[in-house]
Design a protein around this ligand. Structure first.
Ligand code: NAD
Length: 350
């Protein structure tokens, strides 16, 4: 490490890059020493907010700085792989926005490069760092819900149609990363029904069905076409059920002591179910910006050499799922196995 603080360089200062810049500028353990963007006016904007950084349109020049420890990639998806690869090859730690790359093969290569170079590779699965998502993880892990049966989730609103990708690549990384974090396992198969409603050549609505090794099933609804904004997830367990609604200002998470119990038949032909509707509890949730927690975690991982929660393997699991989902979407919603590839890859959450 070149100094007490790590020196980070940001590449990509469009819509999302400014959020990364703001959070890394607030961190104690990091110093933003470079901003790189292909558009000169964006560099100017970035430097007006962070005058101590150097600006460039030449990425190779930024990477040539020996004092630079890490690179943050916040450019469009198709550019993630070449930019992250070049940074790893230059010996820099890398944080790359979601989804990690445009294909599983590219993600695998980045994982291998990072492992070979002893470098940190982390992906921006921001929701994994959000307090309500972490609270739900805590509740599931505590066993309070019992055995998780299934999860349903809706992420829909009148959203910006992306020029280069379907709604699956744009929105599903959030839900997949949340589900894999909560359940501690990636899905094994996916099937997707979707359609391009407005004729933009990219599906703008999709219904994604997932199967998990433990038997859990999940349904993820995503769309850029909806009269209302929904960010609602239900987790149904054998003991209790839970609703996480990210559009709520308070009480984002509610635990319902509701359920249905099957009673062993006493007599031949008897079939009895007992329905339970008990208390509804909303746990206290801390109020911190997920991006700040994410940025702190990256800096901490770089400094200690520890494995980030959203490491390259977590990125690969999501990208492999997106790839399989896209295949299903274009092949009649068939069920497609999710293949992360190399056996050396263990679960990102073990
Ligand atoms: N974590 C989240 O919640 C979240 C939210 C929004 C976007 N994102 C991700 O952030 C990334 C960027 O999205 P965006 O909406 O800011 O895109 P954008 O198009 O608004 O901005 C991208 C910027 O990168 C620059 N750029 C493109 N190629 C470059 C290159 N080769 N070298 C240098 N600069 C280059 C462009 O000039 C532009 O300023 C995407 O991967 C997106 O998925 C993440």
């Amino acid at each position: 490490m070149s100094s007490e603080s790590i020196n980070v360089g940001l590449v990509g200062y469009g819509y999302w890059g400014p959020n990364l810049l703001r959070n890394y500028m607030e961190l104690q353990g990091a110093r933003v020493s470079w901003v790189c963007d292909a558009r000169p006016q964006q560099i100017e904007r970035a430097l007006s907010r962070c005058p101590s950084a150097r600006g460039t349109g030449d990425y190779a020049r930024m990477l040539a700085d020996d004092e630079l420890d890490a690179v943050l990639v916040a450019t469009p998806i198709s550019t993630h792989y070449p930019l992250a690869r070049a940074a790893l090859e230059a010996g820099k730690h890398v944080f790359v926005e979601k989804p990690m790359t445009a294909s599983a093969a590219e993600s695998r290569e980045l994982c291998e490069l990072a492992a070979d170079g002893g470098l940190t590779l982390m992906v921006g699965h921001t929701f994994v760092f959000s307090p309500p998502v972490r609270k739900v993880k805590e509740i599931i892990d505590s066993g309070e819900l019992g055995e998780v049966y299934f999860v349903t989730t809706s992420r829909v609103n009148l959203g910006l149609h992306q020029k280069d990708v379907s709604v699956v690549w744009d929105l599903a990384p959030h839900d997949l990363s949340i589900l894999y974090y909560w359940l501690g396992e990636p899905a094994t198969t996916v099937s997707v029904l979707g359609r391009d409603c407005v004729g933009s050549n990219h599906p703008d609505v999709a219904f994604i069905n997932l199967r998990f090794p433990s038997g859990i099933i999940a349904e993820v609804q995503i769309s850029w076409l909806s009269p209302v904004k929904l960010r609602r997830t239900m987790v149904v367990g054998s003991r209790k059920m839970l609703v996480y609604d990210d559009t709520e200002n308070v009480e984002k998470v509610k635990i319902f002591d509701h359920g249905v119990d099957f009673r062993d038949p006493q007599d031949f032909g008897e079939f009895q179910l007992s329905y339970r509707t008990g208390d509804i509890v909303s746990p206290k949730i801390e109020n911190v910006e997920p991006l700040y927690v994410e940025a702190s975690h990256f800096v901490e991982s770089v400094r200690t050499g520890g494995r980030p929660i959203t490491d390259g393997e977590a990125g690969l699991q999501v990208v492999a799922s997106l790839e399989a989902a896209e295949h299903s979407l274009h092949h009649g919603a068939c069920e497609v196995p999710i293949d992360v590839g190399e056996p050396w890859l263990s679960s990102a959450f073990d």
